[in-house]
Design a protein around this ligand. Structure first.
Ligand code: MG
Length: 252
């Protein structure tokens, strides 16, 4: 099932996609999915970020093939960091290249969307707490990441967290092809079967640190092939079974 958050005639809704239409939900999809009777045409809506997260938690190195590329040891436990909700950007929204940034990189990632409040969840119970999965681009000012040592500024500018276009509820998250394209040219092409920490252990680990709320997002790290974007470029993240997240890059 594909759950879309969108605006239509100046109001915000959640809906389930049925071919070229969206069936409105009676309430947000987090505790229970309650389809209503009303349908609106997909072509008439503006797609928004799939949720408004209280926090976006991301994982550093999590692909074996990326660890090999960087000649880094496989970490013993996940290294996590945050992006603020103000970095959120919807499908088709513009990534703003900040003035003074020397290198702006794309990072294609699979993101997990949380369904209900979660604290200290054991891996075997994690699936009960997941609404579904979406595409995410962990946009990074690489020069600032190196200069600042810690990552907050490099990862947190407004528009540095495109995610979407929707949440797919039926996906085997540890076995999906993930691709990024810059101006139509494939730059990253891997599979989440290369995860060092699968979805179950990541959510369990993060929930042992902080309480997760409905709509929160956990991003699972990026495969090899990250690289720079320029104003005027268009970047896409495609995940098999979900779809394509597409964003243009513009100068500030
Ligand atoms: Mg990343």
């Amino acid at each position: 099932m594909r759950i879309v958050r969108f605006s239509y005639k100046k109001r915000v809704y959640f809906g389930i996609q049925e071919k070229e239409k969206l069936r409105l939900l009676k309430s947000p999809p987090f505790e229970k999915i309650k389809p209503g009777r009303n349908l609106v045409p997909l072509s008439a809506v503006k797609i928004l970020t799939p949720t408004e997260p209280s926090k976006i938690v991301l994982v550093g190195l999590n692909y074996r093939d990326h660890a090999l590329e960087l000649k880094m040891l496989v970490p013993q436990e996940p290294v996590i960091f945050l992006k603020p909700p103000t970095a959120s950007l919807a499908h088709n929204g513009s990534i703003i290249y900040p003035a003074g940034v020397g290198q702006l990189d794309y990072e294609a990632e699979l993101a997990i969307v949380i369904r209900k409040t979660a604290g200290n969840i054991v891996p075997a119970r994690v699936k009960d707490y997941i609404l579904g999965y979406t595409c995410l681009n962990d946009v990074t000012a690489r020069d600032l990441q190196k200069k600042d040592i810690q990552w907050t500024r490099a990862k947190s500018f407004d528009t540095f967290c495109p995610f979407g276009p929707w949440v797919e509820t039926d996906l085997e998250p540890n076995k999906a092809r993930i691709v990024s394209r810059l101006n139509g040219v494939v730059k990253q092409d891997s599979n989440t079967s290369n995860f060092i920490f699968p979805v179950e252990s990541l959510v369990s680990f993060v929930s042992s640190v902080m309480t997760l709320f409905p709509g929160d997002v956990i991003s699972t790290g990026t495969p090899p092939g990250v690289g720079p974007m320029q104003p005027g470029d268009t970047v896409e993240v495609e995940i098999e079974g979900i779809g394509i997240l597409k964003n243009p890059v513009k100068s500030a």
